[in-house]
Design a protein around this ligand. Structure first.
Ligand SMILES: C[S@@+](CC[C@H](N)C(=O)[O-])C[C@H]1O[C@@H](n2cnc3c(N)ncnc32)[C@H](O)[C@@H]1O
Length: 247
């Protein structure tokens, strides 16, 4: 059974920790966020306020270090030993100002083209600026590239069908579900369209399997969804749901 309430409360707890603190005005902010996390203005405000206070990265939950070994092993599964082909295309949909794209760029022995997409202008500008003005980020593989692009992840019209190896969705479907299932379903359909055969969509979330699996199957992910328990962080369990594009 779909249980958005449980997901919302736990995600909101994380957000309160990272964004608003715990005082009285915080509760009002948290309540407002609870109702508005599907709205673009909400995210613009969060990223504007974070960037004006000089942050470099803000992850909604679990940053790159928490996910590093899981994500790198997924990428290694997709490329044979001593891979010499073109960079694998990785999309981080709804990247915000997460450090996941940058971490993969710096650590992957396999060449990657990492495209991080978000519709929030302040988030994308902040990440583009950090690449231009911050310490130069060196890729592990000399052919790897990292880019931050403004766009709507429910309509990835610039990205050819069958061209992507891995789509990462960390918290974005969670946010889209706040406005109903339609946009979250569109994101899933677009991910399946751009993925090549055997490519994977990975949704990282704190939503329980008894809620997320029926949702994924209901919006067309097919019966091949697997999930992995990523363990607890601050008392909250996180999961990775993996949808593999059939041939
Ligand atoms: C819960 S946050 C997760 C951000 C980041 N992945 C992280 O883990 O910190 C959801 C993100 O999705 C973005 N987003 C929501 N709807 C979107 C859409 N239709 N197109 C692109 N980005 C979207 C928001 O701007 C926000 O940055």
């Amino acid at each position: 059974m779909f249980r958005p309430h449980r997901f919302l409360c736990s995600s909101l707890r994380q957000c309160l920790v990272h964004t608003f603190g715990t005082n009285a005005s915080t509760s009002r902010n948290g309540e407002s966020l609870r109702h508005n996390m599907g709205d673009s203005v909400t995210w613009d405000n969060i990223y504007t306020s974070k960037s004006s206070s000089g942050f470099s990265h803000f992850d909604w939950f679990c940053g790159y270090e928490d996910l590093k070994s899981f994500l790198l092993s997924l990428i290694h599964e997709m490329a044979p030993e001593k891979y010499t082909g073109p960079p694998l295309h990785v999309l981080d949909v709804g990247c915000g100002t997460s450090d996941v794209g940058l971490g993969l760029f710096q650590d992957s022995h396999i060449p990657l083209l990492i495209t991080c997409i978000d519709r929030s202008t302040p988030a994308v500008l902040s990440m583009q600026n950090s690449l231009i003005k911050g310490d130069p980020a060196a890729p592990k593989h000399h052919e790897s590239r990292l880019e931050y692009v403004e766009g709507d992840v429910t309509d990835l019209y610039d990205i050819p069908s069958g061209s992507v190896s891995l789509v990462l969705d960390k918290g974005t479907t969670d946010a889209l579900l706040r406005s109903g299932r339609e946009a979250a379903g569109l994101l899933l359909q677009e991910a399946l369209r751009v993925l090549q055969a055997g490519g994977k969509l990975v949704q990282l979330t704190d939503e329980d399997p008894d809620a997320r699996l029926p949702f994924l199957e209901g919006v067309g992910a097919g019966p091949t969804v697997t999930f992995h328990d990523l363990g607890d962080k601050k008392g909250i369990a996180y999961y990775a749901y993996i949808v593999t594009r059939s041939s």
